[in-house]
Design a binder for this molecule. Structure first.
Ligand code: ATP
Ligand code: MG
Length: 286
């Protein structure tokens, strides 16, 4: 029987879109439409299992799925024995402690003897112990941010990304405990055949990630300016230079990153580059 790698992803929620997009970018066409529990891929030996994010670490630890895409926060909270094989760079957030805005805060001691509402008791308990604090942990699933306002707790320990939920509940973030992003986790005892499929998947994901924020640039330059122009271009290797039909001119190709894009373009123009063309890159294979 041909080996198939089973990947657990979130059915719906903040991780779903990024997870599905990642599969697509890796060239894995999922049979979607109906929300089946398991959906096979048409052109790659994987199948996708749709789950609540809470259940993904355990499902992978027990081997009901071989790998999974889940928030690092959930991996830390569950404490299941899984390997983090790749950080994926989406669904970034942090787990923080927040207290009512009007309260004065001079340090972690504030939490001593207070009641903290959270959906992440394990991570919080560890942080409290590390800081020698004794607080009461009140576990609630969902709408943690309203609990100080209704007198259920003195503080909260919850997911923060922009901080707007805190502001609208008149809370302020005072301690960041962990940062998180989506991660690819794997069972520790994959068969060699499945490990091979996972390696191919990781290779594809890395090719996509490498191209993120990168652009391919083509420009024309008089031959005597090529040295100066090459020095401006921070490509992977030296740029590609090809003669144009017009004598004394060449076409120069390279890769630049989006973040210093305008600065590089300005320098190139001043150095005599003409007909600059910038095109997107889908994948970069090394
Ligand atoms: P499920 O129904 O699968 O249990 P959920 O309600 O527990 O879903 P979501 O709100 O969909 O969870 O969030 C899933 C994960 O996305 C979180 O565990 C966290 O890693 C990340 N996340 C949560 N909130 C944000 C946010 N505001 N910005 C970015 N990432 C976030
Ligand atoms: Mg959940």
């Amino acid at each position: 029987m041909e080996e198939i790698l089973r990947i657990a992803i979130q059915t719906k929620g903040r991780l779903n879109e990024g997870s599905v997009k990642l599969m697509e970018e890796a060239g894995i066409n999922l049979v979607i439409g109906r929300r089946n529990l398991v959906s096979p891929a048409m052109n790659f030996p994987v199948e996708v299992l749709y789950l609540r994010d809470d259940d993904i670490p355990q499902t992978v630890a027990y081997g009901a799925a071989d790998v999974g895409i889940v928030g690092e926060n959930e991996v830390l909270e569950r404490g299941e024995d899984v390997a983090i094989v790749k950080r994926l760079g989406f669904s970034r957030c942090r787990l923080s402690l927040a207290i009512p805005q009007q309260m004065e805060y001079h340090g972690k001691e504030w939490f001593s003897g207070r009641k903290i509402a959270t959906s992440y008791p394990a991570i919080l308990r560890k942080w409290l112990a590390e800081n020698g604090l004794t607080s009461e942990i009140h576990v609630i699933n969902g709408s943690v941010e309203i609990s100080p306002g209704i007198g259920l707790s003195d503080a909260i320990f919850d997911i923060v990304s922009s901080g707007s939920t805190l502001v609208s509940n008149r809370l302020k973030e005072v301690e960041t405990v962990v940062t998180s992003e989506a991660v690819l986790i794997a069972n520790h005892a994959l068969s060699p055949a499945r490990r091979e499929i996972l390696d191919e998947l990781i290779f594809r994901l890395e090719s996509v990630q490498r191209s993120e924020g990168k652009k391919y640039i083509l420009l024309n330059a008089p031959n005597h300016k090529i040295g100066e122009i090459s020095a401006i271009l921070p490509g992977m290797k030296s740029p590609t230079v090809m003669p144009l039909a017009e004598p004394g001119w060449s076409s120069v190709h390279s890769v630049i990153s989006e973040k210093d894009f305008w600065e590089v373009i300005g320098k190139l123009k001043r150095a005599g580059a003409e007909g600059i063309l910038v095109v997107p890159i889908e994948k970069m294979i090394f």
